[in-house]
Design a protein around this ligand. Sequence first.
Ligand code: ZN
Ligand code: FE
Length: 487
Amino acid sequence: METGEIIQIFAQSGFQIDPQALDAMRMSSPEQVQHVVRTIDSSVLVVGIEHVRPKISINNIPLQASCPEIPLRQVIRQVEVPKMKNPVESNVTILKDITNQSTCIGEYTEFVQYFRDRYSSLGDILRKRLGARPIESLKKRNLDTREELSVIGMVLDIRTSSNGHKIIDIEDPTGNIRVLIHKERDKELFGSGCRLLLDEVIGITGTLSSDGNMIFANRISWPDIPNSRNGTLIGKRGGGKAVFISDIHVGSKTFLESSWLKFINWLDEDINYLVIAGDLVDGIGIFPGQDKELAISDIYEQYEKAAQYLNAVPKHIKIIISPGNHDAVRQAEPQPRFPERITKMFRKDIIFVGNPAMVDIGVKVLIYHGRSMDDIIASIPGLSYNEPAKPMHEMLKLRHLSPIYGGRVSIAPEKKDHFVIDEIPDILHCGHVHTVGVSRYRDVLTINSGTWQSQTEFQKRMNLQPMPARATVVDLSGMEYKILDFN
Ligand code: ZN
Ligand code: FE
């Protein structure tokens, strides 16, 4: 069988395959490959020779001893470490990270618990601002239909009535109720109603219909972040400079090596932190036909190469790396940090965290690769990949990094909803969409850091224009930023 076909069969079942295993499977029939796929435990991420060998030998297929070592190109010149002129100590504290805390096994009851946690965390934020009553209580007594009341619920369904009004079904642990947002009465409110997302938690204030089965909305409240937190921030700012990048995609033919080396060589004593929000490598089997776009087709060699690049960064710079959907960790989010087989290729002082993760580098940085932006952009009218700041602002307003269940993001039902933004960060750092957008939402600096990969075949077909080879530098003492271009 063609290796591409084998990779595809594995990819369809959510597995990446290591080259030794791939090599061993080359002589197999499609049925034999399918058989192997079916017998691999779903917890396996990268299928290795150990997963393939016994099954193949059962079918009496000769194994090749091992695949030849492909030498990595030695292209990096070791960057000289400059003398430290920068007096700021680069300390990193991990505040939040799923790594080693995953509890889920994917059962239905876990989803119930997961959504309960989401509701209670976000509901608690809203309850501080809204005197809300349980939904069930609206149906029990004959309530005054002229008086305003509030409820807090998770959005179950959004549709448009035959008259063009928005009908929203919301649910709390006691029951659910229909909400009507009139298309004429309040244009701004109606506009907000059109931007609601499934599974987000909102507050609704309005009046009850006479049968008690529907609320006529006057106002929608979001968990949101306070307008200004000046009081808490003054004097708490960090020092030094941090550089934010993501989506390096080492191993892809479209990886921009010369721009990347320019960037590595530019990093100097002035910089204290380098934060990378996922997609360190291009991965394998991420999308059909990806093998044709790879310069390095072995997932571990991709990481070897990435390690060479990052190990060449001046030693005083603290590097923080979190994974993305192209990386070799579980695809369901939240994702844990890279496994040891990968991290051991890198310098010991590099800090690996999960996705999402919150770290303190003098200021609080919430790192999330940003796959949910695919779902948010597809759901809210007017949002586009060219302006990645806007979906990031939505996340802050919803206080949730990945609200929509059942879209592109596969959400693992952890006991706790790790996507809830309970603690407000100073910086929200995402990637994934390969465009650059830095802006502020209230007191939070939102950074989408682009990519180091030129336009891929897939992006050409989708008419997506990436903004490669940019890095955002933030002065942590004043939170001023600059976007540098390494093209
Ligand atoms: Zn990417
Ligand atoms: Fe990505």
